[in-house]
Design a protein around this ligand. Structure first.
Ligand code: NA7
Length: 569
Protein backbone atom coordinates (compact mmCIF):
# COMPACT_ATOMS: atom_id res chain seq x y z
CA UNK A 1 0.00 0.00 0.00
CA UNK A 2 1.38 3.38 -0.92
CA UNK A 3 1.49 6.43 1.25
CA UNK A 4 0.22 9.75 0.05
CA UNK A 5 0.29 13.14 1.60
CA UNK A 6 -2.96 14.41 2.98
CA UNK A 7 -3.14 17.86 4.43
CA UNK A 8 -5.31 17.85 7.50
CA UNK A 9 -3.82 15.65 10.16
CA UNK A 10 -3.47 17.27 13.56
CA UNK A 11 -0.51 17.50 15.88
CA UNK A 12 -0.89 16.90 19.63
CA UNK A 13 -1.61 20.59 20.13
CA UNK A 14 -4.54 20.32 17.76
CA UNK A 15 -2.88 22.18 14.91
CA UNK A 16 -3.47 21.03 11.38
CA UNK A 17 -0.28 19.67 9.92
CA UNK A 18 0.73 17.83 6.82
CA UNK A 19 1.27 14.19 7.70
CA UNK A 20 1.48 11.17 5.50
CA UNK A 21 -1.63 9.12 5.90
CA UNK A 22 -1.94 5.73 4.35
CA UNK A 23 -4.52 5.78 1.66
CA UNK A 24 -6.79 2.91 0.99
CA UNK A 25 -9.23 2.08 -1.73
CA UNK A 26 -12.75 3.37 -1.22
CA UNK A 27 -13.83 0.31 0.73
CA UNK A 28 -10.76 -0.82 2.67
CA UNK A 29 -9.48 1.00 5.72
CA UNK A 30 -7.35 0.48 8.75
CA UNK A 31 -10.38 1.36 10.82
CA UNK A 32 -14.09 1.82 10.34
CA UNK A 33 -15.72 3.91 13.03
CA UNK A 34 -19.46 3.66 13.60
CA UNK A 35 -20.96 6.93 14.79
CA UNK A 36 -20.13 10.58 14.20
CA UNK A 37 -20.92 12.00 17.61
CA UNK A 38 -18.24 13.09 20.05
CA UNK A 39 -16.72 9.59 20.08
CA UNK A 40 -16.49 9.11 16.33
CA UNK A 41 -15.29 12.63 15.60
CA UNK A 42 -12.58 12.42 18.22
CA UNK A 43 -11.61 8.91 17.05
CA UNK A 44 -11.18 10.12 13.50
CA UNK A 45 -8.83 12.83 14.71
CA UNK A 46 -6.84 10.17 16.56
CA UNK A 47 -6.64 7.93 13.49
CA UNK A 48 -5.23 10.85 11.54
CA UNK A 49 -2.67 11.52 14.25
CA UNK A 50 -1.67 7.86 13.98
CA UNK A 51 -1.49 8.12 10.20
CA UNK A 52 -4.14 5.42 9.78
CA UNK A 53 -6.85 5.40 7.18
CA UNK A 54 -10.37 5.52 8.54
CA UNK A 55 -13.96 5.87 7.49
CA UNK A 56 -16.67 7.03 9.85
CA UNK A 57 -20.20 5.86 9.09
CA UNK A 58 -23.25 7.52 10.61
CA UNK A 59 -26.98 7.17 10.08
CA UNK A 60 -27.50 10.91 10.53
CA UNK A 61 -27.01 13.59 7.90
CA UNK A 62 -24.27 15.42 9.80
CA UNK A 63 -22.02 15.11 12.82
CA UNK A 64 -23.72 15.32 16.22
CA UNK A 65 -24.67 11.79 17.27
CA UNK A 66 -27.16 12.01 20.13
CA UNK A 67 -27.55 15.73 19.50
CA UNK A 68 -28.39 15.21 15.87
CA UNK A 69 -31.55 13.35 16.89
CA UNK A 70 -32.59 14.82 20.24
CA UNK A 71 -33.85 18.14 18.87
CA UNK A 72 -36.90 18.54 21.10
CA UNK A 73 -37.72 21.96 22.56
CA UNK A 74 -35.57 22.55 25.64
CA UNK A 75 -32.96 19.89 24.81
CA UNK A 76 -29.65 20.88 26.29
CA UNK A 77 -26.75 19.30 28.15
CA UNK A 78 -26.69 18.72 31.88
CA UNK A 79 -22.93 19.33 31.83
CA UNK A 80 -21.37 22.75 31.69
CA UNK A 81 -20.37 23.81 28.21
CA UNK A 82 -16.72 24.33 29.09
CA UNK A 83 -16.31 20.62 29.80
CA UNK A 84 -18.94 19.29 27.40
CA UNK A 85 -16.42 19.43 24.59
CA UNK A 86 -13.09 18.05 23.45
CA UNK A 87 -10.00 18.96 25.40
CA UNK A 88 -7.17 17.84 23.14
CA UNK A 89 -6.66 21.23 21.56
CA UNK A 90 -6.35 24.52 23.39
CA UNK A 91 -6.59 26.23 20.01
CA UNK A 92 -9.95 24.61 19.40
CA UNK A 93 -11.14 25.71 22.83
CA UNK A 94 -9.78 29.16 22.04
CA UNK A 95 -11.71 29.64 18.84
CA UNK A 96 -15.09 28.49 20.12
CA UNK A 97 -17.31 30.79 22.21
CA UNK A 98 -19.93 28.95 24.23
CA UNK A 99 -23.08 31.00 24.72
CA UNK A 100 -24.47 29.47 27.89
CA UNK A 101 -23.58 27.49 30.98
CA UNK A 102 -25.55 24.53 29.54
CA UNK A 103 -25.63 24.56 25.74
CA UNK A 104 -28.78 23.76 23.80
CA UNK A 105 -28.73 20.98 21.25
CA UNK A 106 -28.24 23.46 18.39
CA UNK A 107 -25.11 24.80 19.99
CA UNK A 108 -23.60 21.36 20.64
CA UNK A 109 -24.24 20.43 17.01
CA UNK A 110 -22.77 23.72 15.83
CA UNK A 111 -19.67 22.98 17.94
CA UNK A 112 -19.23 19.52 16.43
CA UNK A 113 -19.75 20.93 12.93
CA UNK A 114 -17.08 23.49 13.73
CA UNK A 115 -14.70 20.70 14.78
CA UNK A 116 -15.50 18.83 11.55
CA UNK A 117 -14.84 21.94 9.47
CA UNK A 118 -11.74 23.03 11.34
CA UNK A 119 -10.05 19.67 10.85
CA UNK A 120 -11.59 18.88 7.48
CA UNK A 121 -13.15 15.71 8.85
CA UNK A 122 -16.13 15.30 6.53
CA UNK A 123 -14.10 13.82 3.70
CA UNK A 124 -13.67 10.71 5.88
CA UNK A 125 -17.25 10.56 7.11
CA UNK A 126 -20.09 8.97 5.21
CA UNK A 127 -23.46 10.23 6.42
CA UNK A 128 -26.95 8.76 5.93
CA UNK A 129 -25.35 5.36 6.28
CA UNK A 130 -26.69 2.86 8.78
CA UNK A 131 -24.48 -0.10 9.63
CA UNK A 132 -26.49 -3.30 9.88
CA UNK A 133 -23.83 -5.95 10.37
CA UNK A 134 -20.16 -6.56 11.02
CA UNK A 135 -18.37 -9.91 10.68
CA UNK A 136 -14.85 -10.70 11.76
CA UNK A 137 -12.71 -13.06 9.69
CA UNK A 138 -9.97 -14.74 11.72
CA UNK A 139 -7.91 -15.64 8.67
CA UNK A 140 -7.76 -12.24 7.11
CA UNK A 141 -7.83 -10.53 10.51
CA UNK A 142 -10.40 -8.10 9.24
CA UNK A 143 -13.96 -6.96 9.74
CA UNK A 144 -16.50 -6.72 6.95
CA UNK A 145 -18.99 -4.01 7.71
CA UNK A 146 -22.28 -3.91 5.80
CA UNK A 147 -24.70 -1.02 5.57
CA UNK A 148 -28.46 -1.00 5.06
CA UNK A 149 -27.81 0.00 1.45
CA UNK A 150 -25.72 -3.15 0.99
CA UNK A 151 -22.39 -1.34 0.82
CA UNK A 152 -19.48 -3.21 2.34
CA UNK A 153 -16.30 -1.96 3.95
CA UNK A 154 -13.30 -3.96 5.11
CA UNK A 155 -11.12 -2.88 8.00
CA UNK A 156 -8.62 -4.22 10.47
CA UNK A 157 -10.21 -2.41 13.40
CA UNK A 158 -13.90 -1.87 14.01
CA UNK A 159 -14.33 1.02 16.39
CA UNK A 160 -17.74 1.80 17.84
CA UNK A 161 -18.84 5.23 18.95
CA UNK A 162 -22.50 4.33 19.25
CA UNK A 163 -23.40 6.62 22.13
CA UNK A 164 -24.73 5.53 25.49
CA UNK A 165 -28.25 6.85 24.91
CA UNK A 166 -28.89 6.45 21.21
CA UNK A 167 -31.55 3.77 20.97
CA UNK A 168 -34.85 5.26 22.14
CA UNK A 169 -37.51 3.02 23.63
CA UNK A 170 -41.22 3.50 23.13
CA UNK A 171 -43.50 1.45 25.37
CA UNK A 172 -46.03 -0.80 23.75
CA UNK A 173 -49.31 1.01 24.33
CA UNK A 174 -52.22 -0.36 22.39
CA UNK A 175 -54.00 1.74 19.80
CA UNK A 176 -51.13 3.83 18.45
CA UNK A 177 -52.32 3.53 14.90
CA UNK A 178 -55.78 4.81 15.75
CA UNK A 179 -54.63 8.18 17.08
CA UNK A 180 -55.82 11.03 14.89
CA UNK A 181 -53.19 13.52 16.09
CA UNK A 182 -49.41 13.45 15.89
CA UNK A 183 -47.13 11.13 17.80
CA UNK A 184 -43.67 12.50 18.43
CA UNK A 185 -40.54 11.00 19.90
CA UNK A 186 -38.17 13.38 21.68
CA UNK A 187 -35.19 11.32 20.49
CA UNK A 188 -36.23 11.68 16.86
CA UNK A 189 -37.75 15.14 16.80
CA UNK A 190 -38.57 16.51 13.34
CA UNK A 191 -35.63 18.48 12.02
CA UNK A 192 -37.84 21.32 10.86
CA UNK A 193 -39.37 21.66 14.35
CA UNK A 194 -43.04 21.37 15.26
CA UNK A 195 -45.57 24.16 15.62
CA UNK A 196 -47.31 23.42 18.92
CA UNK A 197 -49.26 26.68 19.13
CA UNK A 198 -52.87 26.06 20.13
CA UNK A 199 -52.24 22.33 20.59
CA UNK A 200 -53.10 20.06 23.50
CA UNK A 201 -49.91 18.14 24.20
CA UNK A 202 -49.61 14.92 26.22
CA UNK A 203 -46.10 14.20 27.49
CA UNK A 204 -45.30 10.63 28.59
CA UNK A 205 -42.15 10.41 30.72
CA UNK A 206 -40.59 12.55 33.40
CA UNK A 207 -36.90 11.72 33.14
CA UNK A 208 -34.29 14.32 32.20
CA UNK A 209 -35.92 14.68 28.78
CA UNK A 210 -39.51 15.23 29.92
CA UNK A 211 -38.28 17.58 32.63
CA UNK A 212 -36.48 19.75 30.04
CA UNK A 213 -39.36 19.61 27.58
CA UNK A 214 -42.37 20.47 29.75
CA UNK A 215 -41.59 24.09 30.74
CA UNK A 216 -40.62 25.04 27.18
CA UNK A 217 -43.60 23.37 25.53
CA UNK A 218 -45.95 24.85 28.15
CA UNK A 219 -45.07 28.31 26.88
CA UNK A 220 -45.90 27.38 23.30
CA UNK A 221 -49.00 25.25 23.39
CA UNK A 222 -52.55 25.45 24.63
CA UNK A 223 -52.32 22.76 27.28
CA UNK A 224 -49.78 20.19 28.54
CA UNK A 225 -50.76 17.03 30.34
CA UNK A 226 -47.78 15.31 31.93
CA UNK A 227 -48.07 11.57 32.57
CA UNK A 228 -45.75 10.65 35.41
CA UNK A 229 -44.97 7.12 36.52
CA UNK A 230 -41.99 7.82 38.80
CA UNK A 231 -41.12 11.31 40.04
CA UNK A 232 -37.48 12.38 39.84
CA UNK A 233 -35.16 14.34 42.08
CA UNK A 234 -34.47 17.34 39.85
CA UNK A 235 -32.31 20.22 41.05
CA UNK A 236 -32.11 23.62 39.38
CA UNK A 237 -29.53 24.00 36.65
CA UNK A 238 -29.28 27.77 37.22
CA UNK A 239 -28.31 28.32 33.63
CA UNK A 240 -26.85 31.69 32.61
CA UNK A 241 -25.41 33.24 29.47
CA UNK A 242 -21.62 33.41 29.30
CA UNK A 243 -20.04 36.80 28.79
CA UNK A 244 -16.54 37.60 27.57
CA UNK A 245 -15.21 37.86 31.12
CA UNK A 246 -16.50 34.39 32.03
CA UNK A 247 -15.14 32.91 28.80
CA UNK A 248 -11.75 34.53 29.45
CA UNK A 249 -11.76 33.08 32.97
CA UNK A 250 -12.52 29.62 31.59
CA UNK A 251 -9.69 29.89 29.07
CA UNK A 252 -7.28 31.15 31.71
CA UNK A 253 -8.09 28.16 33.91
CA UNK A 254 -8.20 25.62 31.11
CA UNK A 255 -5.52 23.34 32.58
CA UNK A 256 -6.93 23.21 36.08
CA UNK A 257 -10.52 22.80 34.83
CA UNK A 258 -9.55 19.76 32.78
CA UNK A 259 -7.28 18.17 35.34
CA UNK A 260 -10.04 18.45 37.94
CA UNK A 261 -12.67 17.13 35.54
CA UNK A 262 -10.55 14.16 34.54
CA UNK A 263 -10.08 13.12 38.14
CA UNK A 264 -13.62 13.81 39.30
CA UNK A 265 -16.05 11.00 40.02
CA UNK A 266 -18.53 12.26 37.37
CA UNK A 267 -16.10 14.14 35.13
CA UNK A 268 -16.89 17.64 36.35
CA UNK A 269 -14.39 20.31 37.42
CA UNK A 270 -15.66 20.28 40.99
CA UNK A 271 -13.91 19.98 44.32
CA UNK A 272 -14.83 17.39 46.90
CA UNK A 273 -17.03 18.89 49.62
CA UNK A 274 -14.47 17.86 52.24
CA UNK A 275 -17.21 17.04 54.76
CA UNK A 276 -19.74 14.34 55.50
CA UNK A 277 -23.15 14.18 57.15
CA UNK A 278 -21.86 13.91 60.73
CA UNK A 279 -19.52 16.89 60.42
CA UNK A 280 -22.24 19.51 60.73
CA UNK A 281 -25.36 20.41 62.69
CA UNK A 282 -28.83 20.14 61.16
CA UNK A 283 -29.00 23.93 60.68
CA UNK A 284 -25.59 24.04 59.07
CA UNK A 285 -26.60 21.19 56.73
CA UNK A 286 -29.68 23.10 55.55
CA UNK A 287 -27.55 26.18 54.93
CA UNK A 288 -25.06 24.15 52.84
CA UNK A 289 -27.84 22.54 50.80
CA UNK A 290 -29.47 25.93 50.23
CA UNK A 291 -26.23 27.56 49.15
CA UNK A 292 -25.55 24.82 46.59
CA UNK A 293 -29.17 24.73 45.43
CA UNK A 294 -28.71 28.39 44.51
CA UNK A 295 -25.42 27.69 42.70
CA UNK A 296 -27.25 25.03 40.72
CA UNK A 297 -26.13 22.03 38.72
CA UNK A 298 -24.00 19.23 40.06
CA UNK A 299 -22.71 21.35 42.92
CA UNK A 300 -25.77 20.23 44.89
CA UNK A 301 -24.68 16.61 44.70
CA UNK A 302 -20.92 16.98 44.82
CA UNK A 303 -20.10 20.10 46.82
CA UNK A 304 -22.48 19.61 49.73
CA UNK A 305 -21.52 16.29 51.37
CA UNK A 306 -19.14 13.61 50.15
CA UNK A 307 -21.26 10.75 51.47
CA UNK A 308 -24.60 11.45 49.75
CA UNK A 309 -24.47 8.27 47.67
CA UNK A 310 -22.87 6.25 50.46
CA UNK A 311 -24.66 7.09 53.70
CA UNK A 312 -28.41 6.66 53.98
CA UNK A 313 -28.75 9.53 56.47
CA UNK A 314 -26.90 11.92 54.20
CA UNK A 315 -28.98 10.81 51.23
CA UNK A 316 -32.22 11.11 53.20
CA UNK A 317 -31.30 14.65 54.19
CA UNK A 318 -30.58 15.67 50.58
CA UNK A 319 -33.76 13.93 49.39
CA UNK A 320 -35.91 15.64 51.99
CA UNK A 321 -34.35 19.02 51.18
CA UNK A 322 -35.34 18.53 47.52
CA UNK A 323 -38.85 17.41 48.45
CA UNK A 324 -39.29 20.51 50.62
CA UNK A 325 -38.13 22.68 47.73
CA UNK A 326 -40.73 21.06 45.47
CA UNK A 327 -43.40 21.67 48.13
CA UNK A 328 -42.36 25.31 48.41
CA UNK A 329 -42.35 25.90 44.63
CA UNK A 330 -45.50 24.10 43.52
CA UNK A 331 -48.66 25.90 44.68
CA UNK A 332 -51.08 23.00 44.58
CA UNK A 333 -50.22 20.70 47.53
CA UNK A 334 -51.54 17.55 45.85
CA UNK A 335 -49.50 18.17 42.71
CA UNK A 336 -46.45 19.01 44.81
CA UNK A 337 -46.77 15.78 46.75
CA UNK A 338 -47.11 13.78 43.53
CA UNK A 339 -43.92 15.38 42.21
CA UNK A 340 -42.00 14.38 45.36
CA UNK A 341 -39.96 11.22 44.81
CA UNK A 342 -40.33 8.69 47.62
CA UNK A 343 -39.18 5.18 48.29
CA UNK A 344 -35.85 5.37 46.51
CA UNK A 345 -32.65 7.33 47.13
CA UNK A 346 -31.56 10.54 45.49
CA UNK A 347 -29.26 9.46 42.57
CA UNK A 348 -30.93 5.99 42.55
CA UNK A 349 -32.06 7.13 39.12
CA UNK A 350 -29.90 9.56 37.18
CA UNK A 351 -31.04 12.89 38.67
CA UNK A 352 -31.93 15.55 36.09
CA UNK A 353 -31.19 19.25 36.18
CA UNK A 354 -34.25 21.41 35.66
CA UNK A 355 -35.01 24.78 34.10
CA UNK A 356 -38.35 25.88 35.56
CA UNK A 357 -39.91 22.40 35.61
CA UNK A 358 -41.56 22.62 39.01
CA UNK A 359 -42.71 26.22 38.38
CA UNK A 360 -44.41 25.02 35.19
CA UNK A 361 -47.00 23.19 37.32
CA UNK A 362 -48.19 26.56 38.64
CA UNK A 363 -49.37 27.48 35.14
CA UNK A 364 -53.04 27.19 34.30
CA UNK A 365 -52.25 25.10 31.22
CA UNK A 366 -50.08 22.40 32.85
CA UNK A 367 -51.50 19.41 34.67
CA UNK A 368 -49.89 16.33 36.18
CA UNK A 369 -51.44 12.86 35.90
CA UNK A 370 -50.16 10.07 38.12
CA UNK A 371 -49.86 6.82 36.17
CA UNK A 372 -47.81 4.95 38.78
CA UNK A 373 -50.72 2.66 39.70
CA UNK A 374 -53.42 3.62 37.27
CA UNK A 375 -51.37 2.80 34.17
CA UNK A 376 -51.56 4.24 30.70
CA UNK A 377 -53.21 1.42 28.79
CA UNK A 378 -54.42 2.75 25.48
CA UNK A 379 -54.06 5.37 22.82
CA UNK A 380 -57.48 6.23 21.43
CA UNK A 381 -58.50 8.29 18.38
CA UNK A 382 -58.63 11.38 20.59
CA UNK A 383 -55.92 10.86 23.17
CA UNK A 384 -54.85 8.60 26.04
CA UNK A 385 -56.80 6.26 28.27
CA UNK A 386 -55.80 4.94 31.71
CA UNK A 387 -56.54 1.56 33.25
CA UNK A 388 -59.55 2.94 35.15
CA UNK A 389 -61.05 4.28 31.92
CA UNK A 390 -60.20 7.97 32.41
CA UNK A 391 -59.50 9.66 29.09
CA UNK A 392 -57.33 12.65 28.23
CA UNK A 393 -57.77 14.38 24.89
CA UNK A 394 -54.65 15.44 23.02
CA UNK A 395 -53.61 16.72 19.61
CA UNK A 396 -50.03 15.63 20.07
CA UNK A 397 -48.60 12.75 22.12
CA UNK A 398 -44.91 13.04 22.97
CA UNK A 399 -42.94 9.99 24.05
CA UNK A 400 -40.04 10.98 26.32
CA UNK A 401 -39.71 7.41 27.49
CA UNK A 402 -35.97 6.83 27.61
CA UNK A 403 -33.37 4.64 25.98
CA UNK A 404 -32.07 1.11 25.85
CA UNK A 405 -28.79 2.38 27.27
CA UNK A 406 -25.32 1.41 26.02
CA UNK A 407 -25.92 -2.16 24.93
CA UNK A 408 -29.12 -1.42 22.94
CA UNK A 409 -27.30 0.24 20.01
CA UNK A 410 -24.95 -2.77 19.77
CA UNK A 411 -27.90 -5.11 19.53
CA UNK A 412 -29.35 -3.44 16.48
CA UNK A 413 -26.14 -4.24 14.57
CA UNK A 414 -25.55 -7.92 13.82
CA UNK A 415 -21.97 -8.13 15.10
CA UNK A 416 -20.35 -11.59 14.90
CA UNK A 417 -16.90 -12.86 15.66
CA UNK A 418 -14.78 -15.22 13.54
CA UNK A 419 -16.68 -18.24 14.80
CA UNK A 420 -19.99 -16.67 13.85
CA UNK A 421 -20.94 -15.97 17.46
CA UNK A 422 -23.26 -12.96 17.68
CA UNK A 423 -22.25 -10.31 20.19
CA UNK A 424 -25.80 -10.35 21.56
CA UNK A 425 -25.32 -14.02 22.48
CA UNK A 426 -21.95 -13.35 24.08
CA UNK A 427 -23.72 -10.67 26.14
CA UNK A 428 -26.89 -12.63 26.86
CA UNK A 429 -26.26 -12.35 30.61
CA UNK A 430 -25.07 -8.78 30.34
CA UNK A 431 -22.08 -7.19 28.67
CA UNK A 432 -18.71 -8.35 29.90
CA UNK A 433 -15.91 -5.98 28.92
CA UNK A 434 -12.51 -4.86 30.04
CA UNK A 435 -12.63 -1.15 30.92
CA UNK A 436 -15.60 -0.80 28.59
CA UNK A 437 -13.26 -0.80 25.58
CA UNK A 438 -13.11 -4.44 24.46
CA UNK A 439 -14.96 -7.71 25.00
CA UNK A 440 -13.44 -11.20 25.00
CA UNK A 441 -13.84 -13.28 21.87
CA UNK A 442 -14.18 -10.25 19.60
CA UNK A 443 -10.74 -9.32 18.29
CA UNK A 444 -10.08 -5.86 16.90
CA UNK A 445 -13.41 -4.55 18.17
CA UNK A 446 -12.66 -1.38 20.11
CA UNK A 447 -15.48 0.45 21.83
CA UNK A 448 -15.45 4.13 22.69
CA UNK A 449 -17.66 4.58 25.76
CA UNK A 450 -18.88 0.99 25.51
CA UNK A 451 -20.70 -0.98 28.21
CA UNK A 452 -18.98 -0.83 31.62
CA UNK A 453 -17.13 2.35 30.77
CA UNK A 454 -16.79 5.14 33.32
CA UNK A 455 -20.06 6.87 34.19
CA UNK A 456 -19.17 10.53 33.83
CA UNK A 457 -19.44 13.52 31.55
CA UNK A 458 -19.41 11.56 28.28
CA UNK A 459 -17.43 13.68 25.82
CA UNK A 460 -14.63 13.47 28.37
CA UNK A 461 -14.98 9.71 28.83
CA UNK A 462 -14.95 9.21 25.06
CA UNK A 463 -11.87 11.32 24.68
CA UNK A 464 -10.11 9.31 27.39
CA UNK A 465 -10.92 6.06 25.59
CA UNK A 466 -9.78 7.46 22.26
CA UNK A 467 -6.46 8.58 23.74
CA UNK A 468 -6.00 5.05 25.07
CA UNK A 469 -6.68 3.61 21.63
CA UNK A 470 -4.02 5.98 20.30
CA UNK A 471 -1.52 4.59 22.80
CA UNK A 472 -2.58 1.02 22.14
CA UNK A 473 -2.47 1.20 18.35
CA UNK A 474 0.81 3.11 18.40
CA UNK A 475 2.28 0.50 20.77
CA UNK A 476 1.07 -2.29 18.51
CA UNK A 477 2.46 -0.68 15.39
CA UNK A 478 5.86 -0.22 17.01
CA UNK A 479 5.92 -3.95 17.65
CA UNK A 480 4.51 -4.99 14.29
CA UNK A 481 1.25 -6.31 15.79
CA UNK A 482 -2.16 -6.18 14.21
CA UNK A 483 -4.56 -8.09 16.43
CA UNK A 484 -5.89 -7.10 19.85
CA UNK A 485 -8.34 -8.89 22.08
CA UNK A 486 -9.13 -8.42 25.74
CA UNK A 487 -8.89 -11.48 27.94
CA UNK A 488 -11.83 -13.12 29.68
CA UNK A 489 -9.93 -12.95 32.99
CA UNK A 490 -9.46 -9.19 32.70
CA UNK A 491 -13.10 -8.68 31.70
CA UNK A 492 -14.43 -10.89 34.49
CA UNK A 493 -12.27 -9.04 36.99
CA UNK A 494 -13.45 -5.67 35.64
CA UNK A 495 -17.11 -6.77 35.86
CA UNK A 496 -16.59 -7.95 39.45
CA UNK A 497 -14.86 -4.70 40.35
CA UNK A 498 -17.69 -2.65 38.80
CA UNK A 499 -20.17 -4.59 40.82
CA UNK A 500 -18.24 -4.11 44.07
CA UNK A 501 -18.01 -0.36 43.51
CA UNK A 502 -21.69 -0.15 42.65
CA UNK A 503 -22.77 -2.25 45.63
CA UNK A 504 -20.92 0.05 47.99
CA UNK A 505 -23.32 2.85 46.99
CA UNK A 506 -27.02 3.50 47.49
CA UNK A 507 -27.49 3.47 43.72
CA UNK A 508 -28.40 -0.21 43.82
CA UNK A 509 -31.89 0.81 44.94
CA UNK A 510 -32.38 2.23 41.44
CA UNK A 511 -33.36 -1.28 40.44
CA UNK A 512 -36.71 -0.72 42.18
CA UNK A 513 -37.53 2.27 40.00
CA UNK A 514 -36.27 1.19 36.59
CA UNK A 515 -32.85 2.86 36.57
CA UNK A 516 -31.24 2.70 33.13
CA UNK A 517 -27.78 2.48 34.79
CA UNK A 518 -28.79 -1.11 35.47
CA UNK A 519 -30.80 -1.80 32.36
CA UNK A 520 -33.81 -1.94 34.69
CA UNK A 521 -35.97 0.26 32.41
CA UNK A 522 -36.04 -2.41 29.70
CA UNK A 523 -38.17 -5.51 30.26
CA UNK A 524 -36.03 -8.64 29.94
CA UNK A 525 -32.69 -6.81 29.85
CA UNK A 526 -30.12 -8.46 32.14
CA UNK A 527 -29.84 -6.55 35.41
CA UNK A 528 -26.14 -5.91 35.33
CA UNK A 529 -24.52 -2.61 36.10
CA UNK A 530 -23.65 -0.90 32.82
CA UNK A 531 -21.13 1.62 34.16
CA UNK A 532 -18.11 2.05 36.35
CA UNK A 533 -18.89 4.44 39.20
CA UNK A 534 -15.36 4.61 40.61
CA UNK A 535 -14.47 8.00 39.12
CA UNK A 536 -12.14 9.33 36.47
CA UNK A 537 -8.89 9.08 38.41
CA UNK A 538 -9.34 5.40 39.26
CA UNK A 539 -10.52 4.60 35.74
CA UNK A 540 -7.46 6.24 34.22
CA UNK A 541 -5.17 4.50 36.71
CA UNK A 542 -6.66 1.15 35.71
CA UNK A 543 -5.74 1.89 32.10
CA UNK A 544 -2.27 3.15 32.98
CA UNK A 545 -1.57 0.05 35.04
CA UNK A 546 -2.47 -2.10 32.05
CA UNK A 547 -0.57 0.03 29.54
CA UNK A 548 2.56 0.20 31.68
CA UNK A 549 2.47 -3.53 32.18
CA UNK A 550 2.70 -4.39 28.52
CA UNK A 551 -1.03 -3.81 27.97
CA UNK A 552 -1.98 -6.39 30.55
CA UNK A 553 -5.51 -7.67 29.99
CA UNK A 554 -5.08 -7.40 26.21
CA UNK A 555 -3.66 -10.17 24.05
CA UNK A 556 -1.67 -8.58 21.24
CA UNK A 557 -0.56 -10.72 18.34
CA UNK A 558 0.31 -10.62 14.68
CA UNK A 559 -1.69 -12.32 11.99
CA UNK A 560 0.22 -12.73 8.77
CA UNK A 561 -2.14 -11.78 6.02
CA UNK A 562 -2.15 -10.48 2.52
CA UNK A 563 -5.24 -8.35 2.94
CA UNK A 564 -4.53 -4.68 2.42
CA UNK A 565 -6.30 -3.64 5.59
CA UNK A 566 -4.26 -5.86 7.86
CA UNK A 567 -1.07 -5.02 6.04
CA UNK A 568 -1.63 -1.35 6.68
CA UNK A 569 -0.26 -1.65 10.17
P1 NA7 B 1 -35.38 8.25 31.32
O1 NA7 B 1 -34.65 8.95 32.37
O2 NA7 B 1 -35.19 6.79 31.17
O3 NA7 B 1 -36.92 8.58 31.51
C1 NA7 B 1 -37.93 7.92 30.81
C2 NA7 B 1 -39.26 8.30 31.41
O4 NA7 B 1 -40.30 7.65 30.69
C3 NA7 B 1 -39.39 7.88 32.86
O5 NA7 B 1 -40.05 8.90 33.55
C4 NA7 B 1 -40.25 6.61 32.74
O6 NA7 B 1 -40.96 6.31 33.90
C5 NA7 B 1 -41.17 7.03 31.63
N1 NA7 B 1 -41.86 5.92 31.02
C6 NA7 B 1 -41.34 4.89 30.31
N2 NA7 B 1 -42.31 4.05 29.93
C7 NA7 B 1 -43.47 4.55 30.43
C8 NA7 B 1 -44.81 4.14 30.39
N3 NA7 B 1 -45.18 3.01 29.76
N4 NA7 B 1 -45.74 4.89 31.02
C9 NA7 B 1 -45.38 6.01 31.65
N5 NA7 B 1 -44.13 6.47 31.72
C10 NA7 B 1 -43.18 5.73 31.12
O7 NA7 B 1 -35.08 8.87 29.87
P2 NA7 B 1 -34.77 10.39 29.51
O8 NA7 B 1 -34.74 10.47 28.04
O9 NA7 B 1 -35.68 11.31 30.22
O10 NA7 B 1 -33.34 10.62 30.07
C11 NA7 B 1 -32.29 9.75 29.72
C12 NA7 B 1 -30.98 10.38 30.05
O11 NA7 B 1 -30.67 11.39 29.08
C13 NA7 B 1 -30.89 11.10 31.34
O12 NA7 B 1 -30.81 10.27 32.44
C14 NA7 B 1 -29.68 11.97 31.12
O13 NA7 B 1 -28.50 11.22 31.28
C15 NA7 B 1 -29.83 12.38 29.69
P3 NA7 B 1 -40.27 5.38 35.05
O14 NA7 B 1 -39.25 6.26 35.68
O15 NA7 B 1 -39.65 4.22 34.33
O16 NA7 B 1 -41.36 4.98 35.93
Amino acid sequence: MSDSLKMSAVDPGGNIVATPIKTADERTFDAVVIGAGFSGVRMLLELRKLGLSGRVLDAGSDVGGTWHWNRYPGARTDSESWVYCLSFSKELMGDWDWKERYPQWEEVNAYLRHVADRFDLRRDIQFDTRVVSARFDDETNSWTVTTSAGEQFTCTYLITGLGILSLPVVPEIAGRDRFEGDILLTADWPEAGVDLRGKRVAVIGTGATGIQLVPVVAEQCDRVTVFQRTPNFAVPAQNYPLDDAKRAEIRRNYDSIWSKARDHVFGFPLDPAGRVYDDVTDEERERIFEENWQRGGWEFLFETFDDIVLDQRSNDAAAEFIRNKIRSIVNDPDTAELLCPKGYPYVGKRPPLEHGYYEAFNRENVRLVDVSQNRLTEITEKGLRLADGQEFDADVVVFATGFDAVTGPFERIDIRNGEGLPLVDAWSEGANTYLGVGTPGFPNLLMVSGPQTLYANFPMVSEMNVEWFGELLRGMRERGLNRVEVTKEASDAWSAHLDDVFRATLLTDGAKVGSWYLGANIPGKPRKILFYFGGGAAYRQAWEASRDNNFEGFVLTTVATETPAAAAL
